[in-house]
Design a binder for this molecule. Structure first.
Ligand code: NAD
Length: 696
């Protein structure tokens, strides 16, 4: 027998202990070993019941994702479940930690389920663009009812053991160690002579739903009401419907077929790419094994939009944080906004009042800069001006402890230059959060020419600890995300002059999958910010600049590219803006033409991809996957498309290259000429994906 499953005995009870660290994934080796162990249990007349439990910190937390997309290898999870269901002896799943995906499906195949307090149980497959493929969509509704099962499968969000007990998903909740609890429970059901009734044969909840008069379509409508329905969502809704409409054997068969079709589909492939790229992004080969500084206390300089959100991220992770402002007024305002944000989370029901108080209690305000003295990490989030940043870093150099890590949240400024304002540039690193910083998960960790491995490792580790997705990048104007984003803005403006209207550009991009189009997003962010930056750089954006000159700064002034009614965030078309666009094009001598949605998307996306290729050539990003992660977690790029570089690979880089060559000719903008890396890969018939894990 393989070591991944150990078969132990406790009197007449067999215990199958899965040991496949770190998360006891249900790999082919584990599945085979389970089948072997179950066969021995079946043949051994002295065994009367079996317990399936796991060693380590968790029960089976899911399938082995590296197997997805490859031809399935038997035994599959359904074979393991069939062996359990036909064993003729009670099998108990004793769970702890997390019981997810294939792990939960095996438990659903058992005759009884118990879980430690605090266990999280769920079917998160949808987050990888697939549905459960080993009976989850059929057994779960039979245990907990159609409505709740649909919610768990369509959202992918787990539930806690307590709720699982109330719903009937588990038979008992225990405190303590799973193996002992499993054996005790097994003895009890043997003593009680409890009947074995596999979940697949239980029809009470299905019958109850049918006789309740509830309509399945009404339940499903909740998950399809806005915009696009992804393949996996549609499949999950369909599969749970089969629990109502088909004999269980046929429904299980169809579920399996659906799973197999989805798992090789483009959306699932893209989501797997992002899943792996995210894990890869935090790895920096030359700091492997370097231990950063433990952050027991942090300080944030500036309690504005970003400082407040960053402080909340630390408090949310239980780390005490001191926020420092120049004046009492600014501090009071900043802390007030933080308190308001927590209160609104309480009134939405997403946070308990005592938890909000605890978090607010972790955030301390100060106007005395000397308060940075005890911090292990200081993050500066003051105005985006070099002189201000230099002054702050000079002060930090004097006032913080010698080992403190000093981070800047600058969006564009040169982190090398900022680090030179100190006598310890090796301690300085960029930590570029995204707005709203308490919500957005992306964290660009900017490595300057002098940043030490320890400072870098500290920034990456604390980023993960506060729930962010850190991606290490190098120094250049705007780093990776904003540098590419700037091209998007330039291109969107050009499209207006050439013939498109803001609503057409926005519609094309939302249809592509962004939650908002570029113009609606600019209105939300405020047009004045980029206007100020363009003025500082002597750059112009014909339409946006004119709007700003008219005092149209976006939602905050109720006018921008669109109109907003009082109290509403809904963008309304403004004929005045459309006329301004036509007039401006006329004045500039540009002949406007019809531009279709496909061209809009390509004109916006391909120059960004081209810039991404340059970013790789310059080694500002380590891998194409890093760029994709940045766009998915920081800019709303649809995860099911896998990010800009993955999308370009899917279209074929030769096609992207040829379109870029066309754009360079028609716009006269040489930045559109294909970057050497892109051209090389296209000529070799390869994609950016061929570079993942390697440097460009
Ligand atoms: P903000 O104007 O909202 O806040 C800046 C705060 O810093 C103000 O409250 C100001 O009083 C305070 N401040 C100024 N000088 C100070 C000093 N010497 N000591 C202490 N406090 C001082 O600006 P913001 O939007 O929060 O941006 C802050 C930084 O974050 C900038 O570098 C910006 O580029 C960057 N950033 C902003 C965003 C965004 O979307 N707003 C996103 C990422 C990064």
């Amino acid at each position: 027998m393989s070591q991944v499953v150990e078969l132990r005995r406790d009197g007449n009870i067999a215990v199958l202990v899965i040991e496949n660290p770190p998360v006891n994934a249900l790999s082919n080796a584990v599945r085979s070993a389970l089948i072997d162990a179950l066969a021995r249990v079946k043949d051994d007349a002295s065994v009367e019941a079996a317990v399936i439990a796991c060693a380590g910190r968790t029960y089976v937390a899911g399938a082995d994702i590296t197997e997805f997309g490859k031809p399935p290898q038997r035994p599959v999870t359904n074979d393991v479940i069939a062996a359990i269901e036909t064993l003729g002896k009670p099998v108990i799943a004793a769970m702890h930690g997390t019981a997810l995906g294939g792990g939960l499906e095996v438990a659903l195949g058992c005759h009884f389920r118990i879980a430690a307090q605090g266990t999280r149980l769920g079917q998160p497959e949808i987050k990888l663009g697939i549905i459960p493929g080993a009976g989850g969509t059929q057994r779960l509704p039979r245990l907990i009812g159609i409505e709740k099962a649909l919610a768990i499968i369509v959202t992918g969000d787990p539930i806690m053991a307590k709720e699982a007990l109330d719903l009937g998903l588990i038979d008992e909740m225990f405190d303590g160690e799973p193996i002992a609890a499993g054996v005790t429970f097994a003895r009890k059901i043997l003593a009680d002579k409890r009947a074995l009734c596999p979940a697949r044969d239980r029809d009470e909840k299905i019958a109850a739903f049918k006789s309740s008069g509830a309509k399945y379509d009404d339940l499903a409508a909740k998950y399809v009401k806005r915009g696009r329905v992804l393949d996996a969502t549609a499949a999950a809704i369909e599969a749970v419907r089969w629990a109502l409409e088909l004999p269980v054997g046929e429904a299980l068969q169809r579920e399996r077929e659906k799973f197999l079709a989805l798992v090789v589909g483009d959306q699932a492939r893209a989501q797997r790419h992002i899943f792996f790229a995210e894990r890869e992004a935090a790895k920096v080969p030359d700091i492997a094994g370097v231990k950063g500084r433990e952050v027991k206390a942090a300080a944030i300089i500036g309690a504005g939009t970003m400082g407040g959100g960053i402080a909340m991220s630390f408090a949310n992770a239980g780390i005490p944080v001191t926020v420092i402002e120049t004046t009492q007024d600014a501090l009071t305002r900043g802390l007030g906004t933080i308190a308001k944000n927590y209160k609104s989370a309480v009134s939405r029901g997403s946070l308990k009042p005592e938890e909000a108080d605890r978090r607010i209690g972790l955030i301390k305000g100060e106007t005395d800069f000397g308060a940075v003295a005890g911090a292990d990490l200081v993050i500066e989030a003051v105005f985006e001006e070099m002189e201000v940043k230099n002054k702050v870093f000079g002060d930090l150099d004097r006032l913080t402890g010698p080992d403190a890590v000093l981070a800047t949240n600058t969006s564009y400024l040169d982190v090398d230059a900022i680090s030179r304002a100190t006598r310890r540039p090796e301690s300085v690193v960029g930590m570029h959060f995204f707005s709203p910083a308490n919500i957005m998960r992306l964290l660009e960790v900017v490595r300057s020419e002098k940043t030490s491995p320890a400072a870098l490792a500290t920034a990456v580790a604390i980023g993960r600890k506060i729930g962010k997705v850190p991606v290490v990048v190098g120094v250049c104007h705007g780093f990776v995300g904003n540098r590419m984003h700037r091209l998007r803005s330039v291109e969107a403006e050009r499209l207006l002059l050439e013939g498109a209207l803001p609503r057409q550009v926005d519609a094309a991009m939302t249809e592509f999958g962004f939650p908002m189009g570029p113009f609606a997003a600019s209105d939300l962010a405020g047009l004045d910010i980029s206007w100020r930056m363009r003025k500082a750089q002597g750059a112009r954006a014909e339409i946006a600049d004119r709007l700003c000159e008219m005092g149209r700064f976006g939602q905050k002034t109720k006018r921008g590219f669109y109109l907003y009614e009082e109290g509403s965030r809904e963008a309304k078309v403004d004929p005045e803006v459309e006329q301004l666009i036509v007039d401006t094009a006329g004045q500039l001598g540009v002949t406007r033409r019809q531009i279709d949605a496909k061209e809009i998307v390509e004109r916006i996306l391909f120059p960004m991809v081209n810039e991404g290729a340059r970013i790789l050539e310059e080694k500002i990003a380590q891998r194409p996957g890093d760029i994709d992660v940045i766009w998915v977690y920081g800019y709303g790029f649809p995860a099911w498309r896998g990010g800009p570089m993955h999308t370009a690979d899917g279209l074929g880089l030769a096609y992207v290259r040829d379109r870029l060559t066309d754009f360079a000719r028609t716009t006269g903008d040489q930045r559109h000429a294909p970057a050497p890396l892109l051209a090389r890969l296209a000529a070799e018939g390869k994609g950016f994906g061929s570079l993942d894990g390697k440097q460009a």
